[in-house]
Design a protein around this ligand. Structure first.
Ligand SMILES: [Zn+2]
Ligand SMILES: [Zn+2]
Length: 383
């Protein structure tokens, strides 16, 4: 991390402001109605334009009929929650919006849109991935954060949740573009370095062993890529976006400059491609790292016991985001904490949690566009 003058705003302790959610007021129903209504509308659009809006890798994995039933359920629930807001007398505007979204979704075909055979264009957007991942993540992690909260006073809809939702949406929707770039990076530029007999030997190992090897190789690469981003001022300005949230929760980890997503994915996929692991081992790693990336930022003190020595827990990664001087440039690993022990950047602080999170120094601008432009236009960034 590039040291800057200590400042105020981004290093303030998290406060309890945001949008409070209480049962019986209608706001929870209203938000659920809008979310499910919007997700239903996007899902219907995915049925209409699967070649453009869905992820090829995912499409092979799920049966379309189950998705149709899921869509029907989502629409019914959006209507039910929307109607409930009128009975509860609060957040009626949200409820009406949710109901209107379902009407539009039904108006353009609903769950009955016929999916024809289609040719896959070079690039498509992962709206299906976005809806499914957001649905699964929000259900699981909001539950965990309410059941084992680290900071119970921090609200689910805390300040800047909308901004992080935009980051979440953008980085998920661009999944095909990221895959395109990283595939070109590894196959197009380094295809010549592939050793067939080495790859055959690697693929002859059991699947679980290959999974562990992918995890190790990927995390080792990620460790050094991450560390480079902290130590090189120009890269730090890109990575600073990930460090600017002053509050940690499951959604805060999504705050990541798109250039960082491309950079880290490209360097991580390179050794995996070169070593030629089986697709099942790579898929296992992708699922693992997606879950862990969300979990390690979550606002939870869920006890992990001895597992905390084996995998990166929220406790370890919260310290990576800490603005406390002792924690600067510590705990780089995404999955395997022994890498930090090995390279001398491990900070344990067992039983103690950071006082404050965020950037030490001049705060970053707020807003998705401003933060994306920040590394390129900020003149005082490396001083
Ligand atoms: Zn970092
Ligand atoms: Zn992080």
């Amino acid at each position: 991390m590039v040291p800057q003058a200590v400042d105020d705003e981004s290093t303030r302790p998290p406060s309890a402001d945001g949008i409070p959610l209480r049962f019986g007021e209608g706001r929870i129903s209203g938000i659920l109605s809008v979310f499910l209504g919007a997700a239903s509308l996007v899902a219907v659009l995915c049925f209409h334009f699967p070649e453009l809006l869905t992820t090829p890798e995912l499409r092979q994995a799920y049966p379309v009929e189950i998705l149709r039933d899921l869509l029907r359920l989502g629409m019914v629930l959006a209507l039910a929650f929307g109607t409930l807001t009128f009975f509860l007398g609060g957040a009626r505007r949200l409820g009406a919006t949710g109901i209107a979204l379902v009407w539009i979704a039904q108006g353009i075909g609903g769950a009955n849109v016929y999916v024809d055979d289609f040719a896959q264009p070079a690039i498509s957007f992962g709206f299906d991935y976005l809806i499914l991942a957001l649905l699964a993540n929000s259900i699981v992690f909001i539950f965990i954060e309410r059941l084992w909260p680290l900071r119970p006073e921090q609200l689910t809809l805390r300040p800047e949740w909308r901004l992080d939702l935009v980051y979440y949406g953008f980085n998920h929707v661009m999944v095909s573009f990221v895959l395109l770039v990283t595939t070109f990076f590894s196959e197009g530029l380094f295809g010549w370095a592939v050793n067939e007999s080495l790859q055959a030997a690697i693929r002859s190992q059991p699947g679980w062993l290959q999974f562990l090897e992918v995890l190790f190789v990927a995390d080792l690469t990620q460790y050094w890529g991450h560390r480079l981003m902290h130590e090189q001022p120009a890269l730090w300005n890109v990575h600073a976006v990930h460090h600017c949230p002053a509050r940690m929760d499951w959604l805060a980890g999504s705050r990541m400059h798109f250039a960082e997503v491309l950079f880290i994915r490209s360097i991580v996929i390179f050794p995996i491609f070169l070593l030629g692991f089986a697709q099942s081992a790579i898929s296992g790693y992708v699922v693992w790292v997606a879950i862990q990336a969300v979990l390690s930022h979550a606002n939870t003190s869920l006890p992990f016991g001895w597992l905390r020595h084996l995998i990166v827990t929220p406790h370890l990664h919260h310290w990576h985001h800490s603005a406390d001087p002792e924690a600067i440039d510590r705990n780089y690993a995404a999955s395997l904490p022994f890498l930090d022990r090995l390279f001398g950047t491990y900070l344990d602080n067992a039983g103690r949690w950071p006082e404050r999170y965020g950037i030490v120094g001049k705060p970053l601008p707020s807003g998705f566009l401003a933060q994306h432009l920040y590394p390129f236009i900020s003149r005082d960034r490396t001083e």
